[in-house]
Write a protein that binds this ligand. Sequence first.
Ligand SMILES: Cc1cc2nc3c(=O)[nH]c(=O)nc-3n(C[C@H](O)[C@H](O)[C@H](O)COP(=O)(O)O)c2cc1C
Length: 314
Amino acid sequence: MRRRVRSGGHRVDLTTRVGSLQLPNPVMTASGTAGHGTELAAHLDLSSLGAVVVKSLHFEPWAGNPAPRVHATPSGMINSVGLHGPGVAAWLEHDLPSLDETGARVVVSVWGHTVADYAAAAGLLADAPDSVIAVEVNASCPNLEDRRSLFAHSITATTEVVDACRVAGRPLWAKLSPNTPDLPDIASAAVSAGAEAVTIANTVLGMVIDTEARRPLLGAGRGGLSGPAIRPVAVRAVYDTHEAHPDIAIIGVGGITCGDDAAQFLLAGATALQVGTATFADPAAPAKVLADLGRWCDHHGVTKVADLVGGAHG
Ligand SMILES: Cc1cc2nc3c(=O)[nH]c(=O)nc-3n(C[C@H](O)[C@H](O)[C@H](O)COP(=O)(O)O)c2cc1C
């Protein structure tokens, strides 16, 4: 399906590929910033986006971290939500039906503390409806079997969680961490294990100290930094990965607020994009970024958004 937007005098072809999937445009929600279902539907047409990525789901309900869970930071925010959620089975029963009514293409993010947790969550998705077009494997979670590390900081652990999620029987995307110098190698390992694409990147590890209490401010202590403050980190992570592995499909995410930001990620090597923290300031942000990317292309004489991909590499 070719979807073009009118933006000024020209029509821009916004279609893009992510692995085996053809999407009508490259802009999606980012996991954890658009709820589990139709939370944003009052503010934008969810079916107009490339896809809706829901908040990461554990195989069973998960309570998340103690409050406070979010805090504003310069040009962004820090969170330690701790991946609270209803669990995959309850989500399939209570959230997916209303999402399906919107006509959205749905990407389910899964997480776990162990490889077996990932396999259990992905297994519960094996019989999900066709509206679930892909599973995003959130590998940027603490690995309880190796307390020193996130899964996505290890080639072995990333390989294991992606491989465990094959049981979902649909395209896998691996959501990776920017907090490791080995990101291009880890992206390559994720693809070797069965991922069709990598999502780069999750939040940057951070902390805020409450100087009155003289203690870490977030309930969980450490958190993940997001928003425009991390955009250069995420753009570089995409650029490095594309430079090392130009054939790997990349979904770029980190601080995108407008068409120019989106263009940076495409030029660095992403074929698709996710909008997260911007949604907290404006719940219609993903739709506005999409419209603005169309205008950006029009203004720069770009007729096919796919022509931008990797354009910043010499
Ligand atoms: C409050 C909050 C919750 C998040 N929850 C998840 C999550 O459940 N799963 C996940 O893969 N990423 C999660 N993320 C990370 C975002 O999907 C995204 O990778 C990151 O915030 C960078 O993009 P942004 O700057 O556009 O927000 C969360 C981010 C925020 C701010």
